[in-house]
Design a protein around this ligand. Structure first.
Ligand code: HEM
Length: 403
């Protein structure tokens, strides 16, 4: 079943509107926690990347249980979608192989590292970006802040020169948008492979204390990681670490700036920042959908799913399930805190979630500490859009002063 998209004259039901897909998700969820058909718009996706048989999990309960059962719902399908361009990565691995590789790279994101990165890397980068617009009275926080800081952070963590930022950001974006231009994504993949190979070679000759250096030194059962395993992981980190973090921090700023009472409350009481971050992630899920293949005939929420079918796991729909949250369609940082699914659940739970939360908190703290009298203007119609990735197109602000 194809997803009805906006402007489809044959339907009176809510359609998939990239500006607000939530009425569509809610209408589908009212039919059941699991329904036949996809919630993706495949109209511009090349045939080879379109699944033949799709179901969608939409309720919190169904999404949560599918994510936690990686035997029945396998992420291997990523090998034939994004994996074609980034190579074999932990995202598509399973079982013991996944565990071994994940443990190894997880060591690079341990809490001690985060403690050091906050004052040494993340905070100075946020301050540097604020300094760059401080002598004006207006800025676009997407172009000049939220889009910039996660890229600069990842570059520093990996030990890559700042001058190379435009190069790898461009190629990372081309890979993640592979459905728009397959050939361009292949070219980007090769360019990044050659670039990272040179970085790996350099570290094999002279060890470094950055993440690439850690991966070069790492071993599984006494065996060093292959160059392919390392550069594939690095090609995953770029989209994983950049796309999602810049989108989630933009979403949070948009939501606070369009809810001035809640913004003022956060300004007065910084202890609310963590609740604001979680509510932002719930209400505007940066990546609304992940996918799995059904490995054996099974039942989910009373619906029979055949082996080989693709299951769209709709994190965005689950995060606004009225069975779990009161008033799910309201952004409310004061609501009772219960876990959302924006970082998924189970074995593939986001590896960078602590880093992402820290980056977002520091970015918001530095803006609150230094930029006074912020107001969102209507220049260029700022709004959140996109499916499955969502974020504001721009965040044009005026401000009174920068401290
Ligand atoms: C708010 C920001 C972020 C969000 C919303 C997010 C979301 C996600 C989601 C939904 C997945 C699971 C995909 C799936 O199961 O199919 C995931 C996995 C992953 N994320 Fe994140 N992510 C964020 C930030 C980051 C950062 C900053 C990094 C690292 C620098 C990162 C690294 C990863 C990795 C390596 C995986 C694969 C884990 C595995 O397969 O075991 N993410 N992320």
């Amino acid at each position: 079943m194809d997803t009805p998209v906006r402007d489809d004259p044959t339907t009176t039901e809510p359609t998939l509107d990239p500006r607000d897909p939530y009425p569509y998700f809610a209408a589908r969820r009212r039919l059941g926690g699991v329904v036949p058909g996809t919630v993706m718009d495949y109209s511009r996706t090349p045939e080879q990347f379109r699944p033949r048989q799709s179901w969608s999990a939409l309720s919190y309960a169904a999404v949560n249980s599918a994510l936690r059962d990686d035997r029945t719902y396998s992420s291997r399908l990523y090998d034939s979608t994004i994996g074609v361009f980034i190579g074999p990565t932990i995202l598509a691995m399973h079982g013991d192989v996944h565990k071994a590789h994940r443990n190894l790279v997880a060591a690079a994101f341990r809490p001690q590292s985060l403690h050091a990165w906050e004052p040494e890397i993340v905070r100075p980068i946020c301050d540097q970006l604020i300094d760059e617009f401080a002598d004006r009275d207006r800025a676009d926080l997407v172009r000049e802040f939220t889009f910039e800081f996660p890229t600069r952070v990842i570059a520093r963590l990996l030990g890559l020169p700042e001058d190379d930022l435009p190069f790898f950001r461009k190629h990372a974006v081309e890979i993640i948008n592979y459905t728009a231009d397959v050939q361009r994504a292949f070219t980007a993949s090769t360019a990044l492979q050659e670039y990272f190979q040179a970085q790996i070679d350099r570290r094999r000759a002279t060890p470094t204390s950055d993440i690439i250096g850690d991966l070069v030194a790492a071993e599984i059962d006494g065996e060093k990681l292959t160059d392919e395993a390392i550069y594939s992981f690095l090609r995953l980190l770029l989209p994983a670490g950049l796309e999602t973090t810049y989108r989630s921090s933009g979403n949070l700023l948009y939501l606070l700036l369009t809810h001035p009472d809640q913004f003022a409350a956060v300004r007065r009481n910084r202890e609310l920042i963590s609740a604001a971050i979680e509510e932002g992630l719930r209400y505007e899920t940066p990546l609304t959908l992940v996918q799995r293949t059904v490995t054996a005939d099974t039942e989910l929420d009373g619906v029979r799913l055949p082996r080989g079918a693709v299951l769209d796991i709709c994190l965005g729909a689950a995060n606004r399930d009225e069975q779990r949250w009161e008033r799910p369609g309201e952004f409310d940082i004061f609501r009772k805190r219960i876990p959302h699914l924006s970082f998924t659940a189970g074995v593939h739970t986001c590896l960078g979630l602590h880093l992402a939360r820290m980056e977002t908190r520091v970015a918001l703290e530095r803006l609150l500490d230094r930029v006074h009298g912020i107001t969102l203007t209507t220049d260029g119609d700022p709004h959140i859009a996109g499916q499955p990735f969502r974020s504001p197109n721009r965040l044009p602000i005026t401000f009174e002063s920068v401290g």
